[in-house]
Design a protein around this ligand. Structure first.
Ligand code: HEC
Ligand code: HEC
Length: 504
């Protein structure tokens, strides 16, 4: 069987060789020989057979225990030293800590706000899993944020963006993000509202589905209307696993896969985001966030402390977080900066521990990776060209002295590059080098445990997809061909693809 676009014919004779009774190694060896001999058309023989290492997607740092409960994402990288284990545990406490308003008796836990979206990291990354959109229009969007920015008008502003000094220009009154909470005595900024419209989808075999198209608005604004050219970008909190491993993928490898002008003509370009690093004081490859707007886990952590919880760090020392000079009451409110904490609310030691925790949340082992259905689905995944962006495996380099994360064969299913995903998914809000239609390929490892860990199955940057199938049906732009291919598959192949995704 060949794929629709003739790119990656993978199923056929090899599929019948995939039998779970054999060991992965033996199987790959047999399959490789047998498939090449049987059919010259089957080029990519590894894809429908178990591959060595794929059952431990985080390499040697994969979770020690095969948990399939709510704690599945809350485990430490395997192989941490005793000191690493201890730091992970303290980091966990910081991640879950509920910050309080300054001044408080506990100097090291105050400084919340004045504006904030949640009182703890865990408030959004519940159980280290992903957030979700509000269930009803009245519910405050607690595990989701709305980013705000305005286009450049002056030459200075244009230069800041061109030189990648900033990713976006904040809304002049409300700042870079809408905060729906404030400490007592202050007004919050307003709240995000979302409404959905159902769109029907018909498959080639006559089956139907429905996807929901969101539209966003801001209600209850306390300081007057937004700037007329404000661009909004809704984002759910992503799952937190394997981040230190993603950070350790060599930059050159990621850059080598970028194909901005689609020179190889496969319809898939892939661009890098280029963002300013506050800690390295230079432009770096962006890796984290839905548009790869953040260069390192530590900077993403400092950004979260500042914008999401309203806490200052040495990287982002403003005690008032995302408050702008126009928000006078917010600027004047008491803060928790203290000499004992490096002059800020969250001192370097705590920032480092929180970042260490975030970097060392382990990827869970695969479940049922060798079952015939899953292997068939893996073939479908490659057939449809999903792997062009959701690149199955990488080898990490030196993880800056973190031995368990270094030099590992990992299976994150991402290229960490930006792709034009079409008008349907566009937020029309550029961020760094990412334009309004581009998103970073999210890693798919652990995705099958979303329901177990997070208690829901909302996917994509704004949680609009209610299940994995809807996530695929939203793919457009560079992924249009993959999406269309999915709708022409027989039901048995669609089911197999789902079985594969659930096994990740
Ligand atoms: C109000 C909700 C919220 C809170 C609170 C929050 N986050 Fe996040 N987090 C997000 C969102 C939304 C993103 C995606 C950001 C983007 O797309 O730019 C994110 C992204 C991340 C990422 C990058 C993940 C990836 O896959 O790229 C890390 C790391 C992270 N957060 C750590 C933290 C830490 C540590 C804290 C506490 C200090 C925290 N977050 C608090 C909402 C939150
Ligand atoms: C052109 C690159 C590209 C191709 C091809 C592609 N994807 Fe994606 N995929 C993305 C990007 C980018 C996103 C994030 C889009 C968003 O959040 O708006 C995504 C999101 C997803 C998600 C949701 C992930 C999450 O964390 O919410 C799933 C599941 C997924 N893709 C599966 C697939 C499957 C299955 C195929 C093949 C049928 C496929 N993708 C093909 C780039 C691609």
């Amino acid at each position: 069987m060949t794929s629709r676009n003739g790119e990656r014919p993978v199923r056929g004779p090899c599929a019948s060789l995939a039998r779970p009774a054999l060991t992965a190694l033996a199987l790959s060896a047999i399959a490789a020989v047998a498939c090449v001999a049987v059919s010259a058309a089957v080029r990519d023989v590894g894809t429908v057979t178990p591959e060595l290492g794929e059952e431990s997607p985080g390499g040697a740092a994969t979770s020690r225990r095969e948990l399939t409960d709510r704690e599945a994402f809350a485990q430490a990288s395997r192989g941490l030293s005793a000191e690493g284990e201890a730091n992970f545990r303290i980091g966990n406490v910081i991640f879950r800590r509920l910050w309080v308003t300054a001044p408080a008796s506990t100097d090291s836990a105050d400084g919340l706000g004045p504006l904030f979206n949640a009182r703890s990291c865990q408030g959004c990354h519940v159980k280290d899993g992903r957030g979700r959109p509000p269930a009803s229009s009245g519910e405050a969007s607690v595990s989701m944020v709305l980013k705000l920015s305005v286009p450049a008008v002056s030459d200075d502003e244009r230069r800041l963006l061109d030189e990648h000094r900033v990713n976006a220009l904040p809304e002049p009154v409300y700042g870079g993000q809408l905060q729906s909470f404030a400490v007592s005595g202050l007004d919050n900024e307003g709240r995000m509202e979302v409404a959905y419209r159902e769109l029907p989808v018909t498959f080639a075999d006559g089956a139907t589905a429905s996807i929901r198209a969101p539209s966003y608005a801001v209600a209850g604004l306390t300081l007057g209307p937004l700037h007329p050219h404000t661009m909004l970008s809704p984002r759910v909190a992503p799952q937190m696993i394997g981040l230190g491993l993603l950070a350790a993928i060599p930059e050159a490898g990621i850059r080598a896969r970028a194909d901005p002008d689609d020179r190889d003509g496969d319809g898939i370009s892939g661009r890098t985001n280029e963002v300013w690093s506050l800690e390295r004081e230079r432009v770096m490859l962006g890796r984290f966030g839905w548009k790869a707007g953040m260069p390192t886990v530590r900077e993403q952590t400092a950004d979260a402390f500042g914008n999401d919880i309203g806490l200052s760090t040495t990287l982002r020392p403003r005690a008032a977080g995302d408050c702008t000079p126009a928000q006078k009451a917010c600027i004047a409110a008491p803060h928790g900066n203290s000499a004992a904490n490096d002059g800020v609310e969250v001192g370097d030691k705590l920032l480092d521990l929180a970042a260490f925790y975030a970097a060392n949340l382990a990827v869970p082992p695969r479940r049922g990776a060798r079952s015939p259905d899953v292997l068939k689905g893996k073939g479908v995944f490659h057939d449809l060209g999903c792997a062009s962006c959701h690149v199955p495996s990488w080898r990490t380099g030196d993880a800056e002295g973190q031995a368990p994360l270094s030099n590992q064969l990992i299976w994150p299913y991402t290229d960490l590059l930006l792709h034009d995903m079409g008008e349907g998914l566009a937020d029309n809000r550029p961020e760094g080098a990412a334009d309004g239609r581009e998103w970073r390929t999210p890693p798919l490892w652990g995705i099958g445990l979303t329901g177990t860990v997070s208690g829901h199955s909302f996917f994509l940057h704004d949680g609009r997809a209610r299940n994995l199938e809807e996530a695929i049906l939203w793919h457009g732009g560079e992924a249009q061909r993959s999406r269309d291919g999915y709708t022409t598959l027989p039901k048995s192949d669609r089911d197999a693809l789902m079985a594969f995704l659930r096994s990740l």
